[in-house]
Design a protein around this ligand. Structure first.
Ligand code: MGD
Ligand code: MGD
Ligand code: SF4
Ligand code: MO
Length: 659
């Protein structure tokens, strides 16, 4: 029997970037499993990883380019699609200039080969592109002020920590392989604390769960800093040598007594004191910050307040320490043709990702004449969908590339199918967690009728006479992209095919205490922040609150079973809203009847599930449900954070009624 095993990598926007193995029998993939030889994957992966197979052979997968003709979809050939798209793009450039085109992209597929979308629009002359983030930018920019960059410890190193604080992170759902290191650390005696307004399943691994009121983490961290300073648990030598602005910070935290912080956070003063002393006294202590806690109007400063704890206790640059948020090591070494193409941008304009609808409504000189969507599903994933959708619909001409007919694709004029990860040769890495880089082999060829993005943009560039666009094979594109890695570490594409790669000597960031800030120190006082119009020292900004009409806060975090909207594709059930018994009763809800959840932005129907892990006056619904079920972002507001233009998704205030 003809059977082979082919190594590929998960392209989903997830911390783990698992290495996968497909078993192919007589040309058909019959099984997907984790690669046992990969040091992080270790042979086990989540359901979503296995479902790449399900999606590849799914009957609803898009197979041909489609064009909207009146209210019908008509299959067209790739030649027709290329003709129409090239003509339209040329005409828009001539009549309005290139920035009348918006390239709307996100991280729906993490492989390098599909970064050619950006490259194409660079050669086109530069278009309107997103800035800020739906995901993590409040925290990223906060760490940039403090450390100059965002770097994380290798998860293996967490086992060296005497204490680990998981601060608004839910690895049980979102970061499978972190769970294993936490379990190991606990077994070796680490004390693990989870700080989250919701008692998630991650609490099972924690020694203690502290239910903080949403958006008050900054006050909690400042309260801890107050206690640490009072108890003499600071690291004076680290502060003297490597910290800028300690005196200003010390003065500011003087008023954050445990009593005051109890009133803000809902955590009793003894717990705050004990937590601070445990963190300060049990060196090395490690903090792992999640992305949920920064999706607020004060999210950036809250992250800065937490970073400060590492600086005053000297838990930075040491084994078992760290303020881990992201891990931006490897991206610095990925360059090649994409980097080179930046030189062809003549004109560029940006819009705040969160405010897509508002931008489309108001853009002038030129207005947006075309939206080109790749690797994203904005009509489900951006906030305030009603507003966004109305503005999106009004744009004359829209192209979407996707594997399925998403809610965004449904609004397009042309929809192009894309390849699955298993039909591409590619390279994956992530800036969220580790510095591993995986080669991903082509497991099978795409079915007739599907052209991958790499070949599509190459053909489109040819059609549009873009003489300088690199007319090179995909393998060569990948080879050039990793050339800086080859130059620095000697690793080649051929070697990657046989093994995995991680940047050596990155287990403990900031070991040399050379911070990437202007002063070279950890900056509790940041002139850069001041220049950007925000407080130079980390401060506590009071959270937004509900009002009499919309008193309940809705948190919409990430679900274990789906990567955002991708694995909600095949369900049309109502979403589930989680609520505790007290809030259920206080809102006069009845039995197991469906409910209507209403905000200023819109309405959503849902099924109720009582869950005592949810705080008072809180509702929780996982994000990602499609319109056919009811998307949470019909309820959310297009508000942004204090730092980094992050979508403040969880500043969403609602009421709930039985129907
Ligand atoms: N309410 C609320 N909303 C949120 C969040 C939240 O916590 N709450 N979280 C936010 C976060 S953190 C993020 S990162 C964003 C994510 O926002 P998106 O990245 O827009 O979310 P996805 O649902 O993953 O959409 C990716 C799309 O890319 C498609 N795709 C997959 N592979 C390919 C490919 O090879 N080529 C192309 N062209 N397309 C492909 C998928 O089918 C899918 O439709 O959502 C944000 N939205
Ligand atoms: N299965 C799965 N895995 C994923 C994803 C997915 O969609 N599904 N998405 C990937 C992506 S793009 C991202 S960005 C990451 C996100 O990874 P995580 O940050 O782990 O997950 P989130 O669900 O965004 O939020 C984490 C926790 O923050 C808590 N939280 C909310 N508000 C507050 C607050 O005010 N204070 C504190 N302390 N906690 C708060 C939420 O209750 C939630 O439990 O996950 C990645 N991995
Ligand atoms: S979604 Fe994340 S945990 Fe699951 S297989 Fe992909 S990389 Fe691994
Ligand atoms: Mo994200």
């Amino acid at each position: 029997m003809d059977e082979k095993r082919v190594r590929f990598s998960c392209p989903l926007d997830c911390f783990d970037v698992c290495a996968l193995i497909a078993t192919v029998r007589e040309g058909k993939i019959i099984k997907v499993e984790g690669d046992k030889s990969h040091p992080l994957t270790k042979g086990y992966v989540c359901e979503k990883g296995k479902q790449h197979l399900h999606r590849l052979y799914h009957p609803e997968r898009l197979r041909y380019p489609k064009k909207r003709v009146k209210d019908r979809w008509v299959d067209i050939s790739w030649e027709e699609a290329l003709d129409e798209i090239s003509q339209k793009l040329k005409k828009i450039k001539r009549d309005y200039g290139t920035t009348a085109v918006m390239h709307c992209y996100d991280s729906g597929y993490g492989g390098l080969s599909k970064s050619v979308d950006k490259m194409f629009f660079h050669y086109y002359g530069g278009v309107t592109v997103p800035r800020g983030s739906l995901c993590w930018s409040a925290g990223i920019e906060a760490q940039k002020y403090d450390f100059g960059d965002s770097k994380g410890h290798d998860p293996k190193d967490h086992v060296n920590a005497k204490m680990i604080i998981l601060w608004g992170r839910n690895p049980y759902n979102t970061n499978l392989h972190l769970m294993e290191y936490l379990a190991q650390a606990k077994k070796q005696g680490s004390y693990i604390v989870l700080i989250d307004p919701i008692r998630t399943k991650t609490a099972q691994i924690a020694s203690e769960h502290i239910a903080v009121k949403p958006s008050t983490d900054g006050a909690l961290a400042l309260g801890m800093a107050h206690v640490i300073i009072e108890e003499g648990l600071i690291d004076q030598s680290f502060i003297d040598n490597h910290v800028k602005g300690y005196q200003e910070f010390k003065k500011y935290v003087a008023s954050f007594t445990p009593e005051k912080v109890e009133g803000i956070t809902g955590i009793d003063r003894e717990t705050i004191k004990n937590l601070a002393i445990a963190y300060g006294a049990n060196k090395p202590s490690c903090i792992i910050i999640g992305y949920g806690m920064q999706r607020y109007s004060n999210g950036g400063n809250n992250v800065r307040c937490i970073d400060a704890l590492g600086a005053i206790t000297g838990n930075i640059g040491i084994a078992g320490g760290g303020i881990n948020y992201a891990n931006k090591g490897i991206a610095d070494y990925i360059k090649g043709e994409l980097e080179k193409s930046l030189g062809f941008v003549k004109n560029q304009r940006s819009y705040s990702r969160t405010k897509l609808g508002e931008f489309l409504e108001t853009a002038q000189d030129p207005p947006i004449k075309c939206i080109f969507v790749t690797k994203a599903n904005p009509i489900v994933q951006v906030p305030n969908i009603h507003r966004t959708m109305e503005a999106f619909k009004k744009v004359e001409w829209k192209v979407v590339i996707d594997m399925f007919m998403t809610d965004t694709a449904k609004l397009a004029d042309i929809v192009l199918p894309c390849t699955s990860v298993m039909e591409e040769e590619d390279i994956m890495y992530s800036s969220m967690f580790t510095s591993y880089l995986n080669y991903s082999d082509r497991v099978v060829n795409p079915p007739d009728g599907i052209m991958g993005e790499y070949e599509f943009f190459r053909a489109l560039a040819k059609k549009m006479d873009m003489q300088e666009y690199p007319d090179i094979a995909q393998t060569e594109f990948l080879r050039r992209a990793i050339q800086p890695l080859t130059d620095k570490f000697g690793v080649t594409l051929d070697q990657l095919k046989k093994t995995y790669f991680a940047i050596p000597d990155q287990e403990i960031p900031w070991k040399d205490r050379q911070f990437h800030t202007p002063s070279g120190k950890f900056e509790l006082y940041s002139e850069e922040a001041l220049k950007d119009g925000v407080s130079p020292i980390p401060v506590y900004l009071p959270p937004r609150t509900g009002d009499r009409e919309y008193p309940l806060r809705l948190i919409t975090p990430h679900c274990k079973k789906s990567l955002h909207s991708q694995h909600f594709a095949f369900t049309d059930e109502l979403p589930v809203v989680y609520i505790n018994e007290k809030t259920f009763k206080a809102n006069h809800l009845k039995g197991d009847r469906p409910v209507s959840i209403e905000s200023k932005q819109g309405t959503l129907m849902a099924k109720v599930k009582i869950d005592e892990g949810i705080g008072d006056d809180l509702l929780m619904i996982y994000e990602g449900w499609w319109h056919k079920s009811g998307s949470v972002n019909f309820l959310t507001e297009d508000a942004i954070s204090d730092i980094g233009e992050q979508a403040a998704f969880y500043d969403c205030f609602c009421r709930i009624i039985s129907i």
